[in-house]
Design a binder for this molecule. Structure first.
Ligand SMILES: NC(=O)c1ccc[n+]([C@@H]2O[C@H](COP(=O)([O-])OP(=O)(O)OC[C@H]3O[C@@H](n4cnc5c(N)ncnc54)[C@H](OP(=O)(O)O)[C@@H]3O)[C@@H](O)[C@H]2O)c1
Length: 184
């Protein structure tokens, strides 16, 4: 069982622009290779987690029926202090506070064929997992775009991560890092 943060990021390390927007990615229609990479990853996902800002972005920008098309019945823990709606048929579980307790619940629903907890993002939530020692791997699809500001990919201080893999797909570089047991 591993917990993996898989996200697109700008060259200067942001997952969203200063207005929370994602338009900077729309200039790069997904290639077959990029889709395959994500589908291979998602096939191993048994549970997923989002911060409230990311979840609100998904609710605002995707049609409600798209949730099941994208994520099927994979359970998604949403970290929030607020009451938020749930798309039809989505298995969304709202939690707040300690990430370790919620992470234990996520791990409990993973299976040998779907052993991965996917941290969808954003950076604030992924950083809380990292700080709690609950992040094993980071996959970054680096877009050739400089945003100059926005939502940072992982706003926490770490020691060196281990670079496990580098791939090129067209204009993107895909980087996989492993997080050592002890950070900082
Ligand atoms: N490039 C990509 O592929 C990608 C991937 C993911 C996200 N994004 C974008 O990144 C942006 C958001 O990133 P972000 O890092 O600012 O925010 P985020 O991690 O998505 O959400 C942070 C919010 O989640 C809630 N939260 C986090 N931890 C919590 C806890 N332990 N208990 C209760 N609530 C908790 C709080 O919201 P409340 O207090 O309001 O409930 C907090 O302000 C969005 O615009 C999103 O679309 C991009």
């Amino acid at each position: 069982m591993t917990t993996e943060y898989f996200t697109a990021v700008s060259l200067d390390g942001y997952v969203a622009d200063p207005d929370g927007g994602m338009d900077w990615l729309s200039g790069f229609p997904p290639t077959a290779a990029k889709r395959d990479r994500f589908e291979r990853f998602f096939a191993g996902v048994g549970a997923m987690a989002m911060g409230a800002t990311t979840y609100r972005w998904v609710l605002a920008h995707e049609k409600p029926e798209a949730w099941r098309r994208h994520y099927g019945d994979t359970p998604c823990w949403v970290f929030t202090h607020h009451d938020l709606p749930v798309p039809p048929g989505a298995d969304v579980r709202f939690v707040s506070g300690d990430v370790a307790a919620a992470h234990d619940a996520m791990r409990a629903v993973t299976t040998p064929s779907a052993p991965t907890v996917w941290l969808v993002g954003g950076g604030v939530l992924a950083a809380r997992f990292a700080a709690a020692g609950r992040l094993d791997r980071v996959h970054l699809g680096v877009a050739p775009v400089v945003l100059g500001g926005g939502a940072p990919v992982l706003p926490v201080r770490t020691g060196p991560l281990r670079l496990a893999r580098v791939d090129q797909d067209g204009a993107f570089v895909f980087l996989t890092y492993e997080v050592p047991d002890r950070l900082g």
